[in-house]
Each structure stands twice: as C-alpha cells, then as structure tokens.
Design a protein around this ligand. Structure first.
Ligand SMILES: C[S@@+](CC[C@H](N)C(=O)[O-])C[C@H]1O[C@@H](n2cnc3c(N)ncnc32)[C@H](O)[C@@H]1O
Length: 502
C-alpha cells in the first residue's frame, strides 16, 4: 500500500460551518417517504453520581445493537456476501480487545491482501438516498461531507428495512464509545489533567453547532423531509460518534472519506503498521497484513500513530497501559547557561546535530537512553570534559555509537536534573484529584489518558514518592519500570489518603 490511510482522527475535521451557509438555491420537492420511517427517537438521560460507574448508557437511538452484541453480525455477513463481498478469511466474533472484531478463520500470511470491499458496498458522500429529495436538498445547500454523511446515516437508519444499508446499520453500536456522550462535568473531572479535554469540548461544540446550523438553515425549512423526531441532537450525536470511530480516508481515492462496512469491524493495534486503502487493481478497499495470523487470532489494522489521548478523543478507547509506543510526551532538557563548560558542551552537542535545549519523548514504560546521556552531559563537571563528546554522541539519535553509557558518580545528579526539568510551575495548576480521575475512570480498557501534564506529574511524583515517602532510593529510578511501580504505590497511597480525609 502506498500512502498510509487511517481511520480519521483530525481535530480540524469538522467542515467550516460557513460552507453550509454559502448557497441558498430554491428547490422543489416531491412527497417524501416519511411513512416508512421509524416513528420516534427514544431518548432517556440517566445520571450517575458514582464516579466509579464509568459506563453510562444514557441517550440511545432506536436502531443498531449493543456495542458487544453479535446479534446482527451474521445477517450483516450474509448481506455483504450476497451483495458482492468476496469470500473472506475472517469472521466477526467477540474478541478480547475491542468487543467485536475480525478473527482469522484460516492461516493468513504476512503480506497478504485482505477484504476487497467493492465500492458498491461503501457509504460515501455520493451514495444514493432512500429519500432522494432529502439528498437533493443537502446537495443544493452544498453541505460538506461530514454533516452530509451524518445526516445520510440518520436518514437511512430511519428507513429501517427499506434502506439498502439496514443490515449494516443494525450491526452498528447503538451507542458508540465516544467522548460525545460525556457530560461537561465528566470531561472537567476526568480529563482535568489532559489537553484532550479542550479538544473534546471543542469537538462537542462543533457537533452541536453543526446540528444547530443544519436545523436552522435546512431542516426547519423542510420539516417533511427532516422531521425533528428523527433529525435531532441525539441522533446527530450518534451519527457523529459513528463517523468519528469508523470513517476511513482513502488516499488512493483522492482522500475520499467513506464508511466501509466489514472493514470497519477491524480493531486497532498499536503494534500493527497496516492501513486501509482502495486498491485500484482489485477495485476494492483492502489492507495488507504486516504479520501472519493463525485461525482464531484477531486481525488488526492501525488507526494511525496516535497518543492514548487522541485515540480516546476519536475512538473512545485507550490501549492497555504501556502498549502504545506513540503515547509519549516531550520532556524538554536544557544546558544551564551558568555552566562553566557551557560552550564546550554546546559544541559537542552541535557536532551531533543537537542544541542547548532538547526535547525527548517520555513513555510510561520508559525513557530513551538519549535523554539520560543528555542529562549526564548537562550535569558533568569540568573534570569530565574528555567524556563530553561521548555523552553528546550518545544523546543523539542520529549516531550509531553506544547509547547505554553510565557514569555512576554523577548518576544521582543526572536523575535530579531530569526531575528538576519537570518543573512544578508546569503542573501546579492541577489538583490532586486528577489522580482520582485518571484512576477511577474506566475508559473501555480501564486504562489511562495520558498527556504531557500527566507524564510530568507522574514523573515528578514518582521521584518525589521515592524521595519523601521513603519507598526507595534513587536506585529505583535507574529503571523506569521500578519507577512505574513506585507510581502505582504512591498513587494508591494518595488515593487512600484522599478517601480517608473525605
Ligand atoms: C472501527 S470500529 C471497530 C469495530 C468495533 N469493535 C465494533 O464492534 O463495532 C472502532 C471501535 O472499536 C473499538 N476498538 C477498536 N480498537 C480497539 C482497541 N485496541 N481497544 C479497545 N477498543 C477498540 C472502539 O470502540 C472503537 O471506537
């Protein structure tokens, strides 16, 4: 596959609402087929005061199925093969990661092309509407792809069995995992420490704004085509939740966005490097396996190299702790201007393509050897000037020299330097309850949302825990794994403390 294609996660995905306002052409309509629609949308809102009860099924739509149900999977598979999907080496099954997924039925080789979903089975902006008049109106108003597809999905869902997509829609989750269903209070509480919070709020605002805009400009003018009991905020929340978690951008089709039934049953793995795309020679949506699979194994694709927070934002899940190599944050380290050897150290760094200030990725599973080498250089005294070159080389990821250098005499100083770089000002705005939030919120895999603040705070707290709670000594943070253990210990300690002072 040429260019990487991924299920979309793009904060700026939502089309500018201005484009909705552009055209106001007059259109004429024939009678819509409202009699075939589902009569009403049932919405019920439940609130939970128990912060531990994370899963709240509140507002739902009257179509689709439970998120982990195989109820309609068989009908979907049958309909797809009757409609031109070639025989598959995979089937929809309940899986450990991602509720339902595609599981290998036969041996699958590495480098094998799979799926071959024909364009006739793909939902895109030019798909035919069960109510052509409704589609015509949206076209007249030049509604962009995302709101158009969101409206299309609701429209088709409301036509139940009369829609050609009825088997597909019946197998979609009635309430997809999505931050769109989180209340503002939940976002504030559980994502307080995360940059994702702002983006989630922005996203919810965009979805609400898009729906209100459509309602004001179009739906209210054509209530016979877009009745409010069908096209309302709850159904839009559902359709945008589906689009966020399932829409695919196909690079070989000029970046066209589409819902690809069957392909959208594939779950994400951070270890996998294969993406969906349209294959011009076989004329279908495919992906090429980057590893072999045995019968019974779940087959994965990649939704892109995204941090846990980004995955949560679009797909409503967070990978298991420590399994996402893309879940890193940048820690910035700088040489001290007051350092007597500043010039020499800078020269050594420059020689290896580095500068006086350098960012390194921190992961919950560890930190790069380069970061430690940089810290050694930053704290090394003039008497070690002969090692500056070696340290700078080890701090650079461009060189192939030995990276795992150790200088036991200055190790403690180097670790202290790293700790000092996680400055308190950067984290002081965050209250202690973020720990509660992060740990009590069960997000799909009951894992955590991570971002720069959390990492810094965890790093800081783990060091502090080691230092002040006498859990261990600096020996322990020589290995990040040990530090991680300290974090857990410390967090539990803190949580217990908070609980008892409540
Ligand atoms: C494209 S759909 C995949 C099919 C989906 N599992 C289903 O049963 O309909 C994307 C959704 O699958 C789930 N998912 C995908 N990869 C996952 C993973 N690695 N861990 C947990 N959930 C995952 C999330 O709910 C996500 O919103």
């Amino acid at each position: 596959m040429a260019e990487a294609c991924r299920i979309i996660l793009n904060t700026t995905f939502l089309p500018s609402l201005h484009s909705l306002h552009k055209t106001h052409k007059k259109v004429s309509y024939s009678q819509p087929f409202l009699h075939k629609r589902h009569p009403a949308i049932q919405c019920s809102i439940s609130t939970s005061s128990d912060t531990k009860a994370a899963a709240k099924v509140s507002e739902t739509v009257p179509w689709g199925c439970d998120i982990d149900s195989l109820e309609n999977a068989e009908a979907l598979q049958k309909w797809l093969s009757d409609s031109g999907l070639p025989p598959q080496k995979m089937a929809i099954q309940k899986v450990e990661v991602g509720e339902r997924g595609l599981v290998a039925l036969k041996n699958i080789r590495k480098g094998e092309m799979l799926l071959f979903v024909p364009p006739s089975l793909v939902i895109a902006a030019d798909s035919e509407w069960s109510c052509p008049e409704a589609g015509e109106v949206l076209k007249q108003y030049s509604v962009p792809d995302w709101p158009l597809l969101a409206t299309y999905l609701i429209s088709e869902a409301s036509f139940e069995k009369s829609s050609r997509w009825s088997n597909y829609i019946s197998a979609l989750p009635r309430q997809p995992y999505s931050l769109l269903y989180w209340t503002r209070a939940e976002l504030d509480t559980y994502l307080e420490a995360s940059q994702i919070r702002e983006r989630a709020i922005e996203r919810i605002t965009n979805v609400t704004g898009t729906y209100n805009d459509l309602r004001l400009r179009i739906f209210s003018k054509y209530p016979h085509l877009f009745p409010e009991e069908v096209f309302n905020m709850e159904t839009f929340k559902w359709s945008f939740g589906i689009l966020f978690s399932r829409l695919v951008r196909l690079p070989s089709m000029d970046g066209r966005v589409a819902l690809v039934p069957w392909a959208d049953m594939l779950n994400h793995s951070c270890e996998v490097e294969t993406f969906l795309d349209y294959d011009k020679s076989s004329k279908g949506v495919v992906f090429t396996t980057d590893r072999p699979y045995q019968p019974g194994e779940q087959v994965f694709i990649s939704y892109g190299r995204k941090s846990n927070g980004e995955l949560l934002l679009s797909y409503g899940f967070v990978p298991r702790e420590g399994t996402n190599p893309s879940d890193s944050v940048e820690l910035s380290l700088s040489l001290k201007k007051s350092d007597k050897c500043y010039k020499e150290k800078l020269e050594a760094l420059k020689k290896h393509g580095l500068s006086a200030s350098q960012c390194f990725p921190l992961q919950v599973t560890g930190w790069p050897l380069e970061l430690m080498a940089y810290a050694y250089l930053a704290v090394s005294p003039p008497s070690m000037s002969r090692q500056f070159e070696e340290m700078a080389a080890a701090a650079s990821n461009k060189t192939t020299t030995k990276k795992n250098i150790t200088y036991p005499d200055i190790e403690e100083q180097a670790l202290q330097f790293i700790l000092d770089s996680c400055t308190e000002e950067k984290i002081e705005g965050y209250k202690e309850r973020i720990y509660r939030a992060c740990y009590l919120r069960e997000v799909a895999s009951s894992s955590l949302v991570t971002d720069v603040v959390r990492f810094r705070k965890l790093l800081y707290m783990s060091c502090m825990a080691i230092k002040y709670w006498a859990i261990g000594s600096y020996e322990m943070i020589r290995s990040w794994h040990a530090a991680t253990d300290c974090i857990w210990l410390f967090i539990h300690y803190l949580l217990d403390d908070l609980e008892s002072t409540k």
